[in-house]
Design a protein around this ligand. Structure first.
Ligand code: ATP
Length: 334
């Protein structure tokens, strides 16, 4: 089966070609059919530029100097604008952090979605009205017929992001590329938007590449995760494997430095009511991947500690006897 996205040995530069700034170095990444890949990494590691340049949307002066990007088998590097237009919004739907960046403030949202459909499927905007309402309902916009007549500024941030997702799904794309789709939203709304993304991918066997800083989001919706560091992918694999047993020191650091809530209260992978990912943290506290204690014990545990190896783990007073999760002498002294 053709992969939804195949990035092969992609190099991206910016600035003076005689003295270029190399932003991305030989990135290869495949998003298979019906697979969700999370792309994580520290700020400035090249996640956005990889996605944007792949879709021909990189900023001025940013150029692909080597490599190949195929969306559903269509080569995008060096493709003409007509091909890019056909692929963007047709084969690939895009969602950005700020929904206002993809919405026209002067046009009713229903007209904008209808226009996106007409651009790829032809026909007049009016003829796509039923599809617009169906899309708005699908992403959970209440009173979709009425809301279709609203302008972007009349909607909350969460509703605007739902509309942006509806627009990205308008032509039933094989792949969704979402860059920090929940970052600008408050926590409750994040969970709702995450649900929308999950049903747009898992329930409809659609692929997605999701750029995010939120490892919980990745654990929640992604099948695979790729970790970027300084313009390169340093680790890639199934989420349960990479998060459960990270091999690269940067991935270990990233996992160790993720925000920690009260242990036992919230697990990565169970933020919106889903059971933890099989194999990710099969037992114990999700915030301490090497903690074997039952979650009830973790709820009473002292704060998660970071060991000298960069791993977080719980430390229970009773562990001093059993030795199980007790910090080593070195950690205890830290
Ligand atoms: N148009 C540009 N010209 C020059 N450098 C750029 C340009 N766009 C991005 N960069 C640089 O490329 C590097 C990667 O940026 P990018 O936005 O891809 O990082 P990121 O991993 O997505 O970070 P964040 O998580 O903060 O969005 C950064 O050092 C950034 O400053």
């Amino acid at each position: 089966m053709t992969a939804a996205l195949e990035i092969d040995d992609l190099w991206i530069e910016a600035g003076d070609p005689a003295d270029p700034l190399v932003l991305v170095r030989g990135v290869s990444l495949t998003v298979d059919a019906a697979t969700v890949v999370g792309l994580v990494g520290e700020s400035g590691s090249g996640k956005t530029v990889t996605c944007m340049a792949s879709l021909g949307l990189a900023g001025r002066g940013v150029r692909i100097t080597r490599g190949s990007v195929r969306a559903q088998g269509t080569e995008l590097v060096g493709a003409d604008e007509a091909t890019m237009m056909r692929v963007r919004g047709g084969v690939v739907g895009t969602v950005f952090q700020d929904p206002l960046s993809s919405l026209n403030p002067l046009q009713r949202i229903g007209d904008q979605i209808a226009e996106a459909i007409a651009l790829h499927r032809g026909g007049r905007r009016r003829s796509h009205r039923a599809r617009v309402v169906e899309l708005l309902a699908k992403v959970g916009v209440p009173a979709p017929e009425e809301r279709a007549r609203a302008y972007p500024h009349e909607l909350s941030g969460g509703l605007r992001q739902r509309v942006a997702i509806a627009m990205a799904l308008a032509n039933d794309p094989a792949l969704l590329v979402a860059d920090e789709p929940t970052t600008a939203l408050d926590v409750t709304v994040q969970a709702q938007v995450l649900d929308v993304i999950r049903s747009a991918t898992r329930d409809e066997a659609r692929s997605a590449l999701i750029v995010t800083h939120d490892l919980g989001l990745v654990a929640e919706v992604a099948d695979r995760v790729a970790v970027m560091y300084a313009g390169q992918i340093v680790e890639e694999g199934p989420v349960s494997v990479v998060f459960g047993d990270p091999q690269h020191p940067y991935t270990r650091g990233l996992l160790a430095s993720r925000p920690v809530l009260a242990p036992g209260r919230r697990r990565l992978g169970a933020m919106v009511g889903r059971p933890p990912l099989p194999g990710a943290w099969p037992t114990g506290c999700a915030f301490a991947p090497r903690c074997d204690a039952a979650s009830e014990a973790c709820a009473e545990a002292p704060p998660v500690r970071t060991g000298s190896d960069g791993w977080s783990r719980c430390w229970h007073p009773s562990d001093s006897e059993s030795g199980g999760n007790a910090p080593t002498a070195e950690e205890g002294a830290a």
